[in-house]
Design a protein around this ligand. Structure first.
Ligand code: ZN
Length: 183
């Protein structure tokens, strides 16, 4: 399992609802948590490891030792959103790229944990931002889609670099044949 960079096509696919929480889902969550901590991320969504399951992992402290801040969210949904706030955001599929993104300030979310129990929580600020960013991934939506005109201009060069690097990886055969980026 590895984190795929933009513009890998998995990042633009809409993920499927998880119907059974089996060993495969447990292994997916465990592998994703490991990668997230390895790369110092606060969240990771299944499309980022080229999986098509509606599953995200998060740790709002970004700290392996703070297990109380760690969440596995299966089939997550935002049931209520309030306010807006703009802040700097990055993504493990765009290493080194940061941009200001407008998000809801507070969200109430629902998801299933690995035991199949439904939980609900209300989050604000950074945690709310992480939930929104990761849930977007499950619908093939990326943070670069949310930028205003200035943000798009400021990130244009970096995004073109990601596209060039990905094409090089494809040419080198680092991805299965038929992997074509959807830009
Ligand atoms: Zn991301």
């Amino acid at each position: 399992m590895k984190i795929v960079p933009y513009p890998h096509p998995a990042l633009r696919s809409k993920s499927d609802v998880v119907k059974i929480i089996d060993q495969e889902i447990h292994a997916l969550a465990a592998g994703m948590l490991e990668l997230m901590y390895e790369r110092d991320g606060l969240g990771l969504a299944a499309p980022q490891v080229a999986s098509g399951q509606r599953l995200i992992v998060m740790n709002f402290a970004g700290d392996h030792d703070q297990k109380d801040k760690e969440y596995v969210a299966i089939n997550p949904v935002i049931v209520e959103a309030k306010g807006t706030v703009e802040d700097r955001e990055g993504c493990l599929s765009f290493p080194g790229l940061y941009a200001k993104v407008r998000r809801h300030k507070t969200v109430r979310v629902q998801a299933y944990n690995l035991k199949g129990e439904l939980y609900e929580m209300t989050c604000a600020e950074l945690a709310a931002r992480v939930w929104q960013h990761e849930i977007d991934h499950l619908d093939g939506v990326l943070f670069i889609d949310k930028l205003g005109m200035l943000g798009r201009m400021a990130t244009k060069k970096s995004i073109e670099e990601f596209q060039k690097d990905f094409k090089k990886s494809l040419d080198k055969g680092e991805y299965p044949p038929g992997t074509a980026p959807k830009l």
